[in-house]
Design a protein around this ligand. Structure first.
Ligand SMILES: [Zn+2]
Length: 676
């Protein structure tokens, strides 16, 4: 925990909070050509560089998850949703702003990682239209003709170039690199005529991603001039966090504020890291960790996210977290791990990816929520809601509940997670940033290498990594050891088990012989109970959070609204089994009252039926804990009777209750009162 003054002192001092464990610092070696694009002195290289898009392929449960996504809304949205299919970006008459670029931002990596030919063909046609519509002065088609003289919010331009950089990365199409370069050049002078305001001012750093993409391939000084101009015109988040009151939750039906906007906040977590590459300011190195600690303290949820529905909403598990903020925070964490090489960001990335991300989709990924709640007893059209600034449909599972931003932006979560599982280091090494089944094709010192990561992590605690170079080659392998994994070990081939230190990157620097070398990793997962809002308790084990499994009844609603033909309809979800349990659990000794059972991982790993692990706990119903304002009532400290039997809120018998991973639930209780 950091208090406000401590946080600001930390930021000002530029020390401690962002310190990278020694083992994470890569010492560049002098030999051999680097597979990382050569960087000029003008831009500091990241600690670790993401592999080219497509070098990492999903396997096992992760491949099934991406296939489910492509068979759901992500792979079909352009076929029926006008704001994407008829977008002005694609030559149509509908929306010409952020929605089509948002969809491409996830659809491009999704289609290429799955090698989904029909989807790839459609996307390539769309990109061809974007290129064909680009004007000689560099502005893209939807950019209004008079925008060179009138005020225009540059956000969509920043976004589109970031998206096209991904397309260039995976296809190598030189026309795309040329188009991005022309657009950035137009932006360089355009920003003098119409400086950043609105969304562009709060999201300026997204523009640095395509600037760096071009600069790493053609290091021309004007690109860094553009990067500095974007930063100078954009919001200074370090100053914002030092001056604005971001700690207080936005009141119910409160005032919408740019500065407390949850998606802007999630995106801005990477601003300082991208800025650091420009001039290595010490404060840029330390800010992100301090910002995350501040958000945890005042708005943090057990999922690794912070509440914002859609302005920062405090720690109450009834407040919502917008889906856009989930996928954007994941991307920020991927960038933060890349730039600073700090395993902390990999831990947090897994926490969000395995909990907050899957929970907010229906298991078939045809519908999603705008806002998810950690304690979510039911999802209904609810005019009596207590969101800060969102509307009554925000926790429905649907096509575009509340607003269509998440409908267009949600697609990037899983595919970018896959693309950032492993990275390469400047010393020709490989780095495991996050753990999930995948296959990597890369090289070191020009020797082709294949890596197979065989695991059911996070549902199991073992990971098998098979390294297979074509010829003998020496390179360091860095393995992220989660901070919670006390007792972690690795065994190379038939050798003995070696301990690994939690919260570090474990380095194995050796000669890898041609053929297969197998590493067996173990990350022991122990139950943990954390005391949270109003003295409630939440159960965690490894990277997974656990929540009460509740029977569900799905009811179709809004069938008369446009574009709601099944399978992409809107649904309410109501409980068919009791949810008002307190847990009989001593937070100091959770292992005494919890047992975990492995189950087969379902075709849909993040569904109540497909849960790959379940927890047995003991609980008692609390008759006074009822629905309020259409939601579960607030957990009251008075319901927490662990330490004071005289205040026991229930005379109900102790029962066995089943918890499943949070990401597998659609409705749930996650923060429980504690009862004797
Ligand atoms: Zn959204």
């Amino acid at each position: 925990m950091v208090d406000r003054r401590q946080f600001l002192t930390t930021v000002a001092a530029g020390v401690a909070a962002g310190a990278v464990p020694l083992e994470a610092v890569a010492e560049p070696r002098a030999s051999g050509p680097s597979p990382v694009p050569q960087l000029s002195a003008g831009l500091a290289p990241p600690a670790f560089h993401p592999l080219a898009l497509g070098a990492i392929r999903p396997r096992g449960w992760l491949q099934r998850q991406l296939r489910t996504q492509a068979d759901g809304l992500s792979g079909h949205l352009d076929e029926f949703w006008p704001d994407v299919g008829q977008s002005q970006w694609f030559g149509g008459k509908a929306e010409g702003w952020e929605r089509a670029p948002y969809w491409l931002d996830g659809a491009i990596p999704l289609a290429w990682l799955l090698d989904d030919q029909p989807m790839k063909a459609r996307i390539s046609r769309y990109v061809d239209v974007i290129l064909a519509q680009q004007r000689p002065d560099g502005w893209y088609g939807p950019y209004p003709e008079d925008a060179v003289t009138k005020r225009y919010d540059m956000w969509a331009i920043l976004l589109a170039n970031k998206v096209l950089a991904q397309y260039h990365d995976v296809t190598g199409d030189p026309r795309v690199l040329a188009a991005i370069t022309r657009s950035l050049h137009a932006l360089l002078s355009g920003l003098d005529r119409t400086p950043l305001y609105g969304w562009g001012r709060f999201r300026w750093y997204e523009g640095l991603v395509p600037v760096y993409h071009v600069y790493e391939r053609a290091p021309e000084p004007w690109l860094l001039e553009l990067a500095r101009k974007l930063r100078a015109q954009g919001v200074d988040f370090q100053a914002l966090f030092a001056t604005d009151d971001l700690a207080a939750p936005t009141p119910r039906r409160g005032l919408w504020k740019w500065t407390k906007h949850v998606v802007n906040t999630a995106m801005a977590a990477k601003a300082s890291a991208l800025s650091w590459r420009l001039d290595q300011r010490p404060a840029d190195r330390t800010f992100a960790k301090g910002m995350i600690a501040f958000l945890d303290q005042h708005h943090g949820q057990v999922t690794g996210m912070f509440a914002g529905d859609e302005c920062l909403a405090g720690k109450n598990p009834l407040q919502g977290t917008e889906l856009c903020s989930v996928v954007e925070f994941m991307y920020s964490l991927e960038q933060l791990f890349s730039v600073f090489g700090d395993p902390f960001f990999g831990d947090r990335l897994e926490r969000v990816a395995f909990n907050a991300l899957p929970a907010t989709f229906a298991p078939d990924m045809w519908s999603h929520q705008y806002d998810q709640q950690v304690n979510q007893a039911q999802c209904t059209i609810n005019p009596d809601h207590s969101w800060t600034t969102n509307g009554p449909e925000s926790n429905l599972y649907g096509l575009e509940p509340n607003f269509g931003c998440c409908t267009s932006n949600m697609h990037q979560g899983w595919p970018k997670f896959v693309a950032h599982l492993w990275m390469e280091s400047p010393d020709e090494g490989l780095v495991a940033a996050a753990w999930a089944p995948c296959q990597i094709e890369t090289s070191s010192h020009d020797v082709p290498i294949r890596v197979d990561v065989e695991t059911d992590y996070p549902f199991r605690d073992t990971v098998k990594v098979v390294i297979e170079p074509d010829a003998p080659v020496r390179f360091p392998l860095r393995l992220r050891v989660p901070a919670w994994a006390t007792g972690a070990t690795v065994r190379i081939g038939s050798g003995g088990e070696m301990p690994m230190t939690p919260g570090t990157l474990h380095v194995i620097d050796r000669q890898w012989d041609a053929g297969r070398v197998t590493l067996a990793l173990r990350f022991p997962m122990r139950p943990k109970a954390s005391v949270r809002y109003n003295e409630s308790v939440a159960v965690e084990r490894g990277p997974l959070v656990y929540a009460l499994r509740i029977g569900e009844e799905w009811t179709r609603v809004n069938a008369d609204k446009p574009n709601r033909e099944l399978p992409h309809g809107d649904f309410e979800v109501r409980p068919t089994t009791p949810w008002n349990y307190g847990l009989v659990l001593d937070p100091a000794r959770p292992e005494d009252s919890l047992t975990f059972e492995d189950r087969p991982i379902g075709d849909r790993p993040f569904s109540p039926e497909g849960a790959g692990v379940v927890a047995r706990a003991r609980g008692r119903q609390i008759p006074g804990w009822k629905l309020a304002h259409g939601w579960a009532g607030e957990v009251s400290p008075a319901d927490v009777a662990w330490s004071d039997p005289g205040k026991a809120p229930t005379d109900q018998p102790v029962e066995n209750v089943t918890l499943i991973p949070y990401g597998c639930t659609n409705i749930r209780i996650t923060e429980f009162p504690r009862v004797r």
